[in-house]
Every structure is written in structure tokens, then in C-alpha cells.
Design a protein around this ligand. Structure first.
Ligand code: PGA
Length: 243
């Protein structure tokens, strides 16, 4: 799976980028998703209609509706054509003080609305330097994922905070270690069948020139891509590396 996270980038003219993606998509190819800013979501799903491109949100509120000025509910994302929602991205965790408990509650809300959740976890550089990476990831996995996860409703993205938008990536061994660990934790908690079927994405400075080697790592089922998803040429190359 290749999932693009446009973050707070793009106004209507940026939508034309997705036109160049369509020719790289097919029903038997990798699943491809873009999560644009909320203002572009309905326009993007309209433009992608009839193609294999899926669209998603970047966050949702924990409540189904109500007095929450500026927030967006899971049902609103569905109404705009979203099939997925990214939850617990490290930028949400740091910019909006989102805790594991909040991410877990949002994930439940998203499931009730019929969305699939991409739950993000990842250590900071200080946590890695302190040899605490697996402790942090284990805690985030336990705290952010609700009971009832399946291979259908859950995708987990491992995104080391220090690799996001920096051009730095962990070694392939480091990626493999964390992905194997996440897989084992999911199998232990949800059973082998479910644990194996949840897709695990790596995210953090994935580019056309490193995508193939990252996809060759065990238990890496795809990527969550920020900067390189904004340009169709780069994102297409990453999609091609998944084939
Ligand atoms: P990046 O972002 O690819 O620009 O590093 C990844 C992400 O934050 O999802």
C-alpha cells in the first residue's frame, strides 16, 4: 500500500497532480491512497471517481458531532468520500497534544463511521538515543489501538519522528526490527491471523530512490509518504517500487 499524506499543503490547483497517477493504478496493483487537506477531500474524491485512487482524511474528532468549532467528524470524512483516516500522526501528537488514549478513542469513532484507520507510532531521536525505541513503540501500540482491530479496519504506520521531513531514514535493520516487533505485538494481542493481516507501513523520508530497499524489509507492507506524495512523478515512482 502507498499512502500519501499531503499534510497542510495544497489548494485546488494541486488536484491536477492526481491525474498523472491514474495511469499507474490498477485493480490488481498496490492499493494507493491520498489524504489531502480536508478542504480538498470532496473535490479529490470527485476527481478520482472511476479510478483506483482512494482518498482519506488526516484526522477526525473523537465525537460523532457537536459543538467543536473547527473540527471534522469521521462521518463528515465519509460524506466527503474518504475510506481511510490517518490518526495519531506525530504532528498531531505534538501540535495538538494528542495522547495514546485520544488516538484510541478516535480510532473507535472512525471504525463506527466505517473508516479504516492508519494509526501512527514512532519514537523521537532522544528516545532512540536512549535505546528506548521498542519501549515507546510498544506503549503506543498498546495504548493507541482499540480492541476489535482487524486486517480490514486497521493499518499501522511506523514513523520515526526524527525521520519525518528530514531526509534521514533509519537503517534497513532498524526498520525491520521495529516492524517485526509491531507484528509480534499485534499477533500476541489479536491472534496470529489478525496480527498477520494488518498492514504495516513505514513512513519518514520515503523517496523514489530509497523506496525499493525499504519495501524489501520484512513486515514492511508499504509506505506512508509525506513530501514525496505531493508530486505525481515522485509518488508514481514509489508506487512502481511496490510492484
Ligand atoms: P515525509 O513525511 O515523507 O515528508 O518524511 C512522512 C509523514 O509524516 O507521513
Amino acid at each position: 500500500m502507498a499512502a500519501g499524506n499531503w499534510k497542510m499543503n495544497g489548494t485546488s490547483p494541486a488536484l491536477s497532480e492526481i491525474d498523472a497517477l491514474f495511469e499507474h493504478l490498477s485493480a490488481d496493483g498496490p492499493e494507493v491512497l491520498i489524504c489531502p487537506p480536508a478542504t480538498l477531500l470532496a473535490l479529490m474524491t470527485e476527481r478520482a471517481a472511476g479510478s483506483e485512487l482512494k482518498c482519506g482524511g488526516q484526522d477526525c474528532h473523537v465525537a460523532a458531532s457537536g459543538a467543536h468549532t473547527g473540527d471534522i467528524s469521521a462521518n463528515m470524512l465519509v460524506d466527503a468520500g474518504a475510506e481511510y483516516v490517518i490518526l495519531g500522526h506525530s504532528e498531531r501528537r505534538s501540535d495538538h497534544a494528542e495522547t495514546d488514549a485520544m488516538v484510541r478513542a478516535k480510532t473507535e469513532t472512525a471504525w463506527v463511521a466505517g473508516l479504516r484507520s492508519i494509526v501512527c507510532v514512532g519514537e523521537t531521536e532522544a528516545e532512540r538515543d536512549a535505546a528506548n525505541t521498542l519501549g515507546i513503540i510498544g506503549g503506543q501500540i498498546a495504548g493507541s489501538i482499540p480492541d476489535g482491530a482487524t486486517g480490514e479496519n486497521l493499518v499501522v504506520a511506523y514513523e520515526p519522528v526524527w525521520a519525518i521531513g528530514t531526509g534521514r531514514t533509519p537503517t534497513l535493520d532498524q526498520i525491520g526490527e521495529v516492524h517485526d516487533f509491531i507484528r509480534a505485538r499485534l499477533e500476541k494481542r489479536f491472534g496470529e491471523g489478525v496480527g498477520r493481516s494488518v498492514r504495516l507501513l513505514y513512513g519518514g523520508s520515503v523517496k523514489p530512490d530509497n523506496a525499493s530497499e525499504i519495501f524489501s524489509v520484512s513486515n514492511v507492507d508499504g509506505a506512508l509518504v509525506g513530501g514525496a506524495s505531493l508530486k505525481a512523478q515522485d509518488f508514481s515512482a514509489i508506487i512502481a517500487a511496490l510492484r
